[in-house]
Design a protein around this ligand. Structure first.
Ligand SMILES: [Zn+2]
Length: 322
């Protein structure tokens, strides 16, 4: 285990530890100021405690019992004083976010569950942070942006963008709200600015809210990271292969090398075999263009396993700027 997510998780735990310590010391100051007797009693108990240990080691049972009783009496007195002044005995103890590892992240040299969970959280954050539309939802998707008059898409085929997009929108909404890991993969094709990323992120946000693990990356940032070898963190690739839903946005915008092509094949193929859903979006609008760019092996898998949707309309971004 290595890399950025691990370091970030470690810092989170360290900050937690520091915050808990600061809270503890502030509380002790408050108690000492208000009830100075408490500190005196604590000193006395610690003092008796040392004698008690000696008595136990010396097998002097009578003496040990006597000291024990004195300590209990002082302890009761201290508890009473604390209570009278609006504190509790627990206020004298250090609190931990995770009592199992005392916020160190490790128990007996093994990684604690709280640390593992934090690493997963960090990894997800790492990828979802790249999302251009972290707030995207279905409510903010405006169907009125799509023309209600028919346009010709290719060799005489006429289509009403609004009708087509309404159908896609409703499909995506149902896909997100009824999400399960048995869902099919989706391939969203169409020119830039037609709302592919918005709908993909709306699905992601809904599915994440329902507790599934979702990873999002634009193809450009994923592959540039892979090329910069910043992504050699095997665990991140394994998260991409294993998360409940993986979204690879804007295929075709990345600069492809043989290495990134092999990583893409690994992602597409492994998730296909394990039947885990993906959402791919691309500005490449024809089968031939996909084939040309990614080769037969990848494009046939994409087209063969995904429900494919063609986004149509005027360029939404241009319309918004009018
Ligand atoms: Zn822990």
């Amino acid at each position: 285990m290595s890399g950025e997510s691990y370091n970030n998780a470690y810092s989170v735990l360290e900050n937690r530890r520091l915050a808990m310590r600061a809270k503890y010391f502030a509380k002790q100051d408050e108690i000492n100021k208000k009830v100075p007797m408490v500190a005196e009693i604590t000193d006395e108990i610690n003092h008796l405690g040392a004698s008690y240990t000696l008595a136990v080691l010396g097998k002097n049972k009578a003496e040990a019992d006597k000291l024990r009783r004195e300590m209990d009496k002082l302890d009761d007195e201290r508890t009473r004083l604390l209570k009278e002044n609006g504190f509790s005995k627990k206020d004298l103890e250090m609190e931990y976010f995770c009592p199992v590892c005392k916020d160190t992240g490790f128990i007996n040299g093994r990684t604690c569950q709280c640390m593992k969970e934090e690493i997963t959280r960090q990894r997800q954050k790492f990828l979802t942070l790249l999302s251009p539309a972290p707030q995207a939802d279905f409510e903010s998707f405006n169907l009125d942006m799509y023309p209600k008059t028919a346009v010709e898409i290719s060799n005489g085929t006429m289509i009403v963008p609004y009708t087509q997009m309404k159908r896609i929108y409703e499909y995506c909404q149902a896909y997100a709200h009824n999400f399960s890991t048995d869902n099919k993969s989706l391939l969203m094709l169409g020119s830039a600015g037609l709302g592919k990323t918005h709908l993909a992120c709306a699905i992601a946000n809904q599915v994440m809210k329902d507790g599934y693990t979702v990873m999002y990356s634009s193809s450009q940032s994923l592959f540039s990271k892979i090329e910069q070898a910043r992504f050699t963190d095997e665990d991140v690739i394994s998260d991409i292969l294993n998360c409940d839903l993986f979204i690879l946005d804007d295929l075709g915008a990345e600069s492809m090398t043989n290495y990134s092509l092999s990583v893409l094949y690994n992602i597409v193929n492994t998730r296909m075999i394990s039947k885990k859903p993906c959402i791919y979006t691309s500005n490449l609008t024809t089968q031939a263009a996909l084939q040309k760019r990614y080769g037969e092996k990848i494009s046939s898998r994409l087209l063969g396993t995904c429900d494919t949707f063609f986004f149509v309309g005027n360029d939404i971004r241009i319309m918004k700027n009018r």
